[in-house]
Design a protein around this ligand. Structure first.
Ligand SMILES: [Zn+2]
Length: 315
């Protein structure tokens, strides 16, 4: 068997690829633009040639290929992605070589990596919550991501938190994502201050006591505390793992959020909030785990060292 797998994390704007050995060494990483504007066939073609090039750089056919993709997905078919526009693409179509392949949902695959290798390594039931342009979640039960009946499981960003609130891009009213995603924080501050600001700038303004920033930041925390109280009461997680751009704010987000969450829960403890451990590499590392699973080595990640994985190798 080959000594490495090819792992790809396919996003709407770019894809991260890597070669990962059975002992968890990330020997090569690379990044390519996702040609979304050219249509789904072009995206599939780019994935194929990216995999081919990574395999060639590794010196031959990999033991397996793992792919993290957006939208609805099963282990062997990319069913649908509004973002990329594909429908019912068989896993084999992505891979130019005759090697085993396994697909996974992008956020759930990142959650798998946090579960096996990262912030969820010591616990088996947690929520992985990346807060970025949008808010997605990976429900981790028994160490594995749970996708639900049709693959919609974990869409915590579209839990209604303010029922009389703003209309979400999804068409529902008052979704968490409308108040607490990084884009929402930037957008909502910009609208009130009548000057553009990113979530990062709003965070800095919050620290300096800017009243509008404090208000917008507080509303994001409030929205998150409502959704996390719901999640906690429903699934009794061991931890909530915060990731994505907004979590870069660290204690500025997690301290008031932990306090607000504790305040909402009367008859039980609140689960601890933990920072994600794998950052932007989570999807690619999760895809590597899928690649090894496809190759028949389901427990490949058990011995991988976090220190190696945290090294900032992804271009
Ligand atoms: Zn929504």
């Amino acid at each position: 068997m080959s000594s490495f797998v090819v792992a790809l994390d396919v996003g709407g704007t770019s894809m991260k690829g890597g070669l990962v050995t059975r002992s968890g060494e990330v020997v090569l990483t690379d990044r390519r633009a996702t040609p979304r504007d050219e249509g789904p066939a072009a995206v599939v073609g780019t994935i194929r040639s990216f995999i081919d090039d990574l395999a060639a750089a590794g010196g031959g056919a990999p033991a397996g290929v793992g792919l993290a993709v957006p939208g609805l997905v099963t282990a062997d078919t990319a069913l649908y992605s509004a973002n990329i526009g594909w429908r019912d693409v068989p896993a084999a179509d992505f891979v130019p070589l005759d090697v085993p392949v396994m697909l996974g949902h992008d956020v759930r695959t990142g959650g798998l990596a946090e579960s096996v290798l990262g912030a969820g390594r010591e616990v088996s039931d947690f929520l992985f919550l990346p807060i970025g342009t949008g808010i997605a979640g990976a429900v981790i039960l028994g160490g594995e991501p749970y996708g639900g009946t049709a693959g919609w499981g974990g869409e915590i960003g579209h839990i209604p938190v303010f029922p009389a609130g703003e209309v979400c891009a999804c068409g529902q009213i008052g979704c968490l994502e409308t108040y607490a995603s990084a884009s929402a924080v930037g957008r909502r501050y910009s609208a009130r201050a009548a000057s553009p600001a990113t979530a990062e700038q709003v965070a800095a303004l919050t620290v300096s006591g800017d009243p509008l920033a404090v208000e917008v930041w507080g509303e994001a925390v409030e929205a998150l505390s409502l959704a996390l109280a719901t999640y906690t009461l429903l699934l009794d997680p061991s931890a909530i793992v915060l990731g994505g751009g907004l979590a870069e704010a660290g204690p500025l987000l997690s301290d008031p959020l932990a306090e607000r969450l504790r305040g909402r829960l009367t008859f039980r403890d609140a689960p601890p909030l933990r920072p994600a451990a794998l950052g932007v590499n989570a999807g690619m590392l999760g895809a590597a785990l899928l690649g090894w699973r496809a190759a028949g080595i389901p427990d490949a990640g058990a011995t991988w060292s976090l220190d190696v994985l945290k090294s900032p190798r992804v271009a």
